[in-house]
Design a protein around this ligand. Sequence first.
Ligand code: UT7
Length: 300
Amino acid sequence: MPETILTNNALAERIETSDEWIVERTGIRQRHIASVLETTNSMGAMAARNALQMAGVRAEDVDMVIVATCTPDKTFPSSACHIQQELGIPPCPAFDVQAACSGFIYGLSIIDQFIRTKMAKRVLLIGSEVMSRVVNWQDRRTCVLFGDGAGAILLEASSTPGILNTHISADGRHKDILYLDNQANATIEMQGNSVFKLAVNMLDTIANQILVANNLTIHDLDWLVPHQANIRIIQAMAEKLGLPMERVVVTLREHGNTSSASIPLALDFAIRQGKIKPGQRLLLEAFGGGLTWGTALIQY
Ligand code: UT7
């Protein structure tokens, strides 16, 4: 996470909003903001180094790098190529995945196919975003929501599956309710209410779909690790699924919506806190601009 923290109260000094409104409507209390020296590439490289260290894997043994991001420093070369070079990872497939806030789950799904078909053995998946550079800081309907950060995981081929299953999908009919034009100084445009309703109406359905497809029920899950967009969306999903909030990882209070970085950051938090333990079963879920969405069942 970038060092600089922007609290709701500090935001309220710049635009017409309040800590009370933001906390009540979103659950967010603060967000981290990248300095000029902190970029998608630099934060992503740092997260990737930490992931390798935690996994005890050397950079030279990584054979694929995927970065999920909708705020790359450059359109090309990709952030994946930059991070590959930065870490000294030998020549291998390296590319970015752009599926807005669902990018991390899309990345997981791609990697699952590569590992199952023995095309890759050790893959770095990184979610890294500088959302602060693409929000309109005068638009209180969007700027209070987003923050910057990066997270990464290392996936390794093994005889016991870690990724049990992934489902990804999209519906381009909703492309105009949340978008970011590819032009200088363009900012995120969002019909917050429409996104909110679509998310609340679909998230329990897609969670149940992947559970049923794997002959599991909600009782077989230890943790739900949702995309950290809005606490009310997460609570509505948990309630519809009949899942107590004690089994849901929530980190958005501290860093808002970090898009593709939100799930790896939530995983990092819950694993380092000792909440998520080896052998437990997790359901990851995300939705974002497109509309894109995805779920992943993980045996940690
Ligand atoms: O990764 C996916 C990314 N996107 C999302 O997840 C967004 C999903 N949507 C949301 O989270 C919610 O729709 C928002 C948090 C964006 C907005 O919450 P809401 O409960 O849907 O509020 P609203 O847009 O219906 O606005 C209610 C009122 C409006 O005032 P009026 O028209 O009733 O007088 C807004 O102008 O709240 C006002 N408002 C604010 N007031 C203080 C909107 N933003 C703010 C603000 N501070 N920051």
